[in-house]
Design a protein around this ligand. Structure first.
Ligand code: ZN
Ligand code: ZN
Length: 407
């Protein structure tokens, strides 16, 4: 067996069998519970006996990019630098999109494993993650969203539409995630990568609560692929980037605190600037509303006064200074504001009401971002050993557990 490699100060054994880590976007644990109760997920139901079932904490903000990057680097945002889709550049006074790999401050385990001679493949649902996940990677890396535009030089593979037998899915569909699994199965059967990372989209979870027919059908689909990966001899680790909760009142109406409006009314227009790092080009299903915001303060908005004001608003669960947030959530201080604000479980934080287009919300709002969406599954199709029971497990321990703790 070849010697382990060190990535971001952590040691990893080489894969003993094809190893697949799946990030099920927005996989609140109750989705799996309910699918099992409905008899829709027989493979997952057996894992308590045949594998290992654990729970871990994701990183805050409980958003997609910070957590996907944490999983593939094995490290929190303070190390890899990606703490949302946006940050505010105080030098240029502009909001900067963080989708570009130039903002990544750490190598991924995927790239380092490939450098060590392992065959590595990455399939992501949305193309926005592809460049970050594939940074420095010599291997296969593509998105379901653009699976019809594959170039062997860029993506390491072509012909996935033909190989999966699926039509190119819409970016807002359950099929976008299904394509990821179908492509993963085809790669496992033909290229048989040593290490594979599959990352879905939370379109279904934003629209459908645990136990609904649509959610159960989605988990049944995944369960069938997991069983096939298992039967093909793969080591399988399943985790999530974050959970998902309803963000509504008893009548299904969204509960929103529009922070920018509240701050403008109290401290004067633009005395403070609210940044919502969930904002991205695909906002239809959540209206850019999540339970996390960061605030940049100007002279007219003293930190102590703003902290006290925001902390007193109904629906706000915590207001932390930059230093407190960086220590508690392992965030990069230069990419968050002076304050970090978390919403309560049933509440999302908005900017100014007029900036949010809620016309795409055809069903009661479900979203994430706060501490209430931090607990995620860590499921394995093998028995693991040598895990310190007092250790706080994280979703970004998925590769460590799968590679270093096989019984
Ligand atoms: Zn997500
Ligand atoms: Zn989401």
């Amino acid at each position: 067996m070849s010697s382990p490699i060190i990535v971001n100060s952590r040691s990893y054994q080489m894969p003993a069998a094809p190893t697949i880590v799946v990030c099920v976007d927005g996989c609140e644990q109750e989705y799996i519970n309910q699918a099992i109760l409905a008899g829709a997920a027989p493979f997952l139901a057996r894992l308590a006996d045949t594998g290992t079932v654990l729970t871990g904490d994701c990183v805050l903000p409980s958003f997609t990019n910070p957590n996907n990057l944490s999983i593939v680097t094995g490290a929190p945002p303070s190390v890899h630098g990606i703490c949302g889709n946006f940050f505010f550049d105080e030098d240029t006074r502009t909001e900067v999109l963080m989708n570009d790999p130039k903002y990544l401050r750490a190598p991924t385990l995927l790239a380092e494993m490939a450098r060590a001679g392992q065959r590595v493949a990455v399939v992501t649902a949305k193309d926005k993650l592809r460049a970050l996940l594939g940074h420095g990677l010599h291997g296969i890396c593509f998105s379901a969203e653009k699976a019809d535009q594959l170039d062997i030089e860029v993506h390491g593979v072509t012909g996935m539409i033909e190989r999966t037998g699926m039509a190119l899915p819409s970016v807002y569909s359950a099929e976008l995630s299904e394509f990821v699994f179908a492509a993963g199965l085809s790669l496992l059967q033909h290229e048989r990568p040593d290490l594979m990372y599959l990352s879905t989209t939370d379109y279904v979870q934003h629209k459908h609560a645990p136990g609904t027919p649509e959610a159960n059908a989605f988990y049944a689909m995944m369960d069938r692929y997991f069983a096939q990966y298992h039967d093909a001899g793969a080591v399988l680790a399943i985790t999530a980037d974050h959970g998902m909760n309803a963000k509504t009142d008893a009548l299904g109406r969204p509960r929103i605190v529009f922070l920018q409006d509240r701050l403008d009314a109290r401290f004067g227009a633009d005395a403070a600037r609210v940044i919502l790092p969930i904002t991205d080009p695909y906002v239809v299903h959540h209206g850019a509303l999540g339970s996390y915001a960061t605030v940049y303060l100007g002279e007219r908005a003293p930190q102590r006064d703003v902290t006290e004001f925001l902390g007193g608003l109904a629906g706000v669960s915590a207001v932390l200074t930059r230093a407190q947030a960086c220590e508690r959530f392992e965030l990069p201080p230069d990419r968050i504001g002076d304050l970090v604000v978390l919403g309560e479980r049933l509440t999302v934080l908005g900017s100014a009401a007029h900036k949010h287009d809620l016309s795409g919300l055809t069903v009661p709002l479900r979203s994430h971002g706060g501490a209430s969406e931090q607990q995620v599954p860590l499921l394995f199709n093998r028995k693991l050993s040598g895990i310190d029971p007092s250790r706080r497990l994280r979703n970004f321990d998925a590769f460590d557990l799968a590679l270093n703790h096989l019984a």
